[in-house]
Design a protein around this ligand. Structure first.
Ligand code: ZN
Length: 511
């Protein structure tokens, strides 16, 4: 069986070397197509390889597991990597669904970050351009992390094949990173020393385009649950003997909303009340509110302290106690390395935007029509290399920010999401499955693998990236925002998954 596979691989290699030279050799004269790079492009272009990873991505889409509950998703990726000869350490940094898959030995060590968690309440029928959940209220892949963990595995496997065939020295590591949607895993992975020997890191995200960027992006975050304990009483017969924990939450929220005026303009602050009593005629003795506090790295800790003071002040004002301050996550902004982003961008141009079928354009247009967007179909060109904004005015976050401060890192944003689809929304879930998603993740895998090959085989490029990083580190030495003793919130999505997993099982696209 092994010999059959090898000879098939050899024939494909010979045939495709010619093809690869034709496809990639001409218009991209600034990125020489080395034999190592040809090797990964040829492997990833094989229809059965495209299909294999497409089906893995579709399976993870159907599992739609929330952060720290990604048991089936991480197991599928681990099984895929182990079958290709990676050695995998599991259950790392205090998280059962965190893993590191390694191939090779010695320097340089190239890391690739992979995510696979879903978002709550986004269940949606695949490739259906109208909102229609598979399971009402269940989670869905509204950020494309099903494609990302899969693309990363495909890229690493392709790199391993090139390393074996062409005797490339060094190590490739896949960092299986749970719970990105709740911004949890990377600070714990850094703290556990998982990145200690890593020279450079390739991050990735799904997108409607194909691009990368450098500089500071996204907000730092503290995700915190504030809980208050009061005293219950009959709300009508003896309200004077009660102390309402809900009052404390409301007073805290009034304080923070006044605070907005005096926060630096790059901030974001949003909350949901998790607990606030069960009935108006019983004074609630327990209440809690969950905040996301976002700001620049420089302003973040000051903002955290000032919001904490709002919580502390609400307790004596209402005769209650601030009984718990639980930090769910605390992460830095992303500081993308310019030299690495420039290298990635060459490889993005080398790979190019996938060719979409008529059916894929039609689906995109139907979705765009439903959302009231311009009916442009799928994108035709790769994007430009993104530069940092002149003034940072705030935005979303990713927990890979912490990694960017301990190793040079940049992000390849690869296609697959229909342009105009809304992030963290059913419209993104609808398109993250099937043919266009497969093509997008394949393009992303190629760009990541080609970049990894450059990093393993071009020492001057790696040195340039490292020098920029060392210089940047002098101004931005790493210090975790996590308070001492904070643990990953393993319980946070447990109940939701317990509720929905049995209802979702019949829709699994199992491998
Ligand atoms: Zn995401």
């Amino acid at each position: 069986m092994k010999a059959v596979i090898s000879s098939k691989w050899f024939v494909t290699l010979i045939l495709c070397l010619f093809l690869a030279g034709f496809l990639y050799g001409q218009e991209n004269s600034d990125t020489s197509l080395s034999k190592e790079k040809q090797c990964i492009l040829v492997y990833l272009s094989q229809p059965d390889v495209v299909e294999k990873f497409g089906k893995i991505s579709d399976a993870i889409w159907s599992y739609a597991e929330l952060g720290l509950q990604e048991f089936k998703s991480s197991a599928l990726l681990i099984k895929t990597l182990e079958a290709e000869g990676f050695s995998v350490e599991k259950g790392l940094a205090g998280m059962p669904t965190c893993f590191v898959a390694t191939y090779g030995s010695g320097k340089p060590v190239v890391g690739i970050l992979g995510e696979y968690d879903a978002l709550p309440m986004l269940s949606q029928k695949a490739r259906h351009p109208k909102q229609e959940p598979l399971v009402e209220g269940a989670p869905g892949h509204g950020c494309g992390h099903n494609l990302m963990g899969t693309a990363v595995s495909a890229a690493a496997i392709a790199v391993k094949k090139a390393m074996e065939t062409h005797d490339i020295k060094g190590t490739i590591k896949v960092f299986g990173s749970p719970a990105e949607e709740i911004l949890v895993s990377r600070p714990y992975m850094v703290k556990a020393g998982l990145f200690d020997d890593v020279d450079v890191v390739i991050n990735n995200h799904t997108s409607s385009g194909f691009s990368t960027s450098y500089g500071v992006r996204g907000s730092a975050v503290y995700s915190v649950i504030y809980s208050f304990t009061g005293k219950t009483a009959h709300s009508a017969a003896a309200p004077w003997s009660g102390r309402s924990a809900l009052d404390a939450v409301e007073i805290m929220n009034v304080s923070t909303n006044y605070l907005r005026e005096h926060l630096h303009y790059a901030y974001r602050m949003h909350y949901v009340i998790l607990e606030g009593g069960e009935a108006p005629n019983v004074v609630p003795d327990q209440a809690s509110v969950w905040y996301f506090l976002r700001n620049t790295d420089e302003q973040m800790e000051d903002m955290y302290e000032r919001v904490l003071n709002c919580a502390k002040g609400a307790a004596p004002a209402t005769g209650t106690e601030l009984s718990d301050v639980r930090v769910i996550a605390a992460v830095h902004q992303s500081h993308a390395n310019k030299a690495l982003a420039e290298l990635m961008y060459k490889n993005i141009k080398l790979v190019g935007m996938p060719e979409w079928t008529q059916e894929e354009h039609e689906f995109a247009k139907a979705l765009q029509k439903e959302l009231g967007r311009a009916e442009k179909g799928m994108p035709k060109e790769v994007g430009t290399l993104g530069k940092p904004a002149a003034v940072f005015t705030g935005g979303a976050s990713s927990d890979h920010g912490d990694v960017t401060l301990i190793a040079p890192t940049a992000t390849i944003r690869f296609p697959g999401i229909v342009p105009g689809a809304i992030g963290h929304h059913w419209s993104t879930v609808a398109g993250n499955y099937g043919s266009s998603a497969w093509k997008g993740l394949n393009a992303g895998a190629k760009a990541m693998a080609a970049t990894a090959i450059d990093l393993l085989t071009l020492p001057d490029e790696l040195q340039k990236i490292r020098e920029e990083f060392e210089e940047h580190s002098k101004q931005h030495p790493y210090k975790s925002f996590l308070p001492e003793g904070t643990q990953p919130p393993l319980d946070i999505n447990e109940e939701l998954m317990k509720k929905y997993r049995p209802l979702m099982e019949k829709y699994y696209s199992d491998m």
